[in-house]
Design a protein around this ligand. Sequence first.
Ligand SMILES: Cc1cc2nc3c(=O)[nH]c(=O)nc-3n(C[C@H](O)[C@H](O)[C@H](O)COP(=O)(O)OP(=O)(O)OC[C@H]3O[C@@H](n4cnc5c(N)ncnc54)[C@H](O)[C@@H]3O)c2cc1C
Length: 815
Amino acid sequence: MASELPESARVVIVGGGVIGCSVAYHLTKLGWSDIVLLERKQLTSGTTWHAAGLVGQLRQSINMTQLARYTAELYRGLEAETGQATGYRQCGSLSLATTPGRMEELERNASMAKVFGLTVKVVAPDEIRSLYPLANLEDVIGGIHIPSDGYANAVDVTQALAKGARSRGARIFQDLKVTAIHHDGRRVSGVQTDRGRIDADYVVLCGGMWTRDLAAGIGVTVPLHACEHYYVLFQDVPGLKADMPVLRDYDHCSYFKYDAGKLLVGAFEPHARPWGAEGIPEDFSFGEIAGDFSHFEPVLLDAMRRIPALEKAGIQKFFCGPESFTPDVRYHLGESAELEHCFVAAGLNSIGLQSAGGIGKVVAEWIRDGHPPVDLWEVDVRRNMPFQINRRYLRARVSESLGLLYATHWPFRQYETARGARKSALHDRLGLAGACFGEAYGWERANWYAPAGVPPRYEYSYGRQNWFEHSANEHRAVRTSVGLFDQSSFAKFRLEGADAARVLNRVCANEVAVAPGKLVYSQWLNDRGGIEADVTVTRLSETAYLIVTGAETEAKDFNWLRRHIDSGARCVLTNVTSGMGVLSVMGPRARELLQTLTPNDLSDAAFPFATSRVIELGFALVRASRITYVGELGWELYVPTEFMQGVYDELVSAGGRYGLVHAGYHALNSLRIEKAYRHWGHDITDEDTPLEAGLSFAVKWDKPGGFIGREALLEQKQSGCLKRLVQFKLKSPEPLLYHNEPIWQGGSIVGHIRSGMYAHTLGAAVGLGYVTAPNGAVVEAVGPDDYEIEVAGTRHPATASLRPMYDPKNERIKC
Ligand SMILES: Cc1cc2nc3c(=O)[nH]c(=O)nc-3n(C[C@H](O)[C@H](O)[C@H](O)COP(=O)(O)OP(=O)(O)OC[C@H]3O[C@@H](n4cnc5c(N)ncnc54)[C@H](O)[C@@H]3O)c2cc1C
């Protein structure tokens, strides 16, 4: 280990677990040698030393699976490269299903794995028996087998990564705690340790369960909390063999792994026990927690039913150790929204060993290039809301997070804990109207409305869930009369000042130097032409704009714009999300209804599409914006929060005559997908350009001053797009699309579905997905009948279109 502390380093990594060592390893692989890693105690002494060692590859999404898959590949060759044993063994894995829902989940995942060529075999009980004779399969209906999965020794892997990093110049210091992080309010500049300061261009926080508090000290939001995590080692298990695959019994919350002549049985129980709420003891190192055997016992009893040989075996060790879990069971990665060059890789939710390789690689590339190498939004640290580091919220939520690793990943599944954090001013009224609320980034949002006598509760399945028809009725009402959506969770910012137009016009690909009262739909692009944000911009006055974006990107988009305000610019950016609610009145009768409530003229001539103005409504002055995300005539009403209830009451009491219905987010999603409106984070991300996404109509190529990403986009315009976003409608009305389903053209997979939903007007499931052409050629045309979409192993013919299948000429909007 290194001894003399340097005064500076290009990168300082905080934390010597498997994640920190992997980041150091991969940075040095890229040729960055001026790397310092600081560990408060000994390498692996936090959580890493007690990882059970599973290295699985199949995750719930394509990009996460690719990261895990790279990790397995890395571990396969790490010993040969570094000379340090890793204990990696490719024994394969078996996952069991005891219910039809679980079986469909596994089959859908096996289909998804085909997109990138990971071999996942769907297996029947007979095959499972031959692969794992120790298992009692009386309740098992099938499963999947992944031959290339395996396990490794987490301590040895970490040491191998550290050795590899050191051999290329990284310096590792142990028994050296980082006590503070230095910055100038905009960018990090170094760290303070108990033996002095180190200046640094970049700081990477890989401090495991310590990261939340370390980051909070510099205003960076990293919500995570430790939970107790259990396993038991059985010795003398009759029939146990070293080459047995890892066995996962999801439905009984357990996994089984051969471990040096013993059988390790681990648990992902539904209600976990948060740990360390009062702080982690200063001397915690290679620490164990006493745990509670009775908490673990129900899982253990089920495990003994699954592997009857355990009844004759002896317990050698009952183990409980802490691991950090996050509110959405996804880890935190990347450059923080709040501070430049402050990177985070933490909150690993018990998959740190199997993710470390991929994480180290993408974080290193992100640091080198200044942007993520692939779309990583689902784990991007910028998705977090500041309130999420509230410890009471975290304690409540992580007790659920741990079990979700093994729970069935039902479509539309809602969290059951830490609910009610953020509520619209109408929350209670919507509840009385039958709302079944879902949660998004703390917001309670009406997903669908239960008619009188129907409980507003989800009954989950992969098929049509209990709300399907109720939501269909909401959808139809929006198409035929008028619907009311509460979209208060929209994030809203004001940019004001003499330079607001100049600053915003450089960030927006569309022209926003428009007359006051105009509303513009625009993307914000990065230098590569990729879409960083999808917003509407309203010019309020010569010097003021209102910017509206999705709830999930509130922190990311606010900070993206903040960072692009040059130091001399005379403008101020303010987040006004909490100050305004949003009521969307959408449908062919929206004008008739609203006109009864306001003296302002709402006719098309007086109030055309894509304009916005303040109108009188009830006792309030509200900003009405003529825009739509559902493909119908309508207005979004931006209402000061304290006027929301009054405005809502007016709308509802007048609405009966016009067939007004309350409509929820499931209907919204169904309506927008049949109109092929894109959703940022799914259909458009930082690796998709407006040309590929079919959004070139929102690009103003020749506006004065240009815009960020213009040059990259111009290049693509000349060379052509290698992928195109296509709308697909299944020819059969039966199957349902969610996301990640492979798109077939002839005998090849040419893409996958980014988002899918049932489209009630079109009468079938619709999905949006990018297609590529064979041999990496430019995609010129899309044959309407050339494609099939695979759902749970079966290919279904689909109609394809580059133009929206619903109202392609926008006749219903501009009327
Ligand atoms: C019982 C159990 C079983 C598991 N099984 C598996 C498995 O089979 N497969 C799998 O993939 N994952 C598994 N995991 C999860 C895995 O162990 C973790 O996800 C992973 O080890 C996390 O690594 P890390 O580097 O983020 O955190 P850690 O290993 O905790 O490393 C963080 C390091 O940062 C140091 N640090 C913190 N603050 C400072 C500071 N201020 N200054 C300097 N240093 C600091 C700490 O001392 C610590 O060493 C398991 C976890 C548990 C508890």
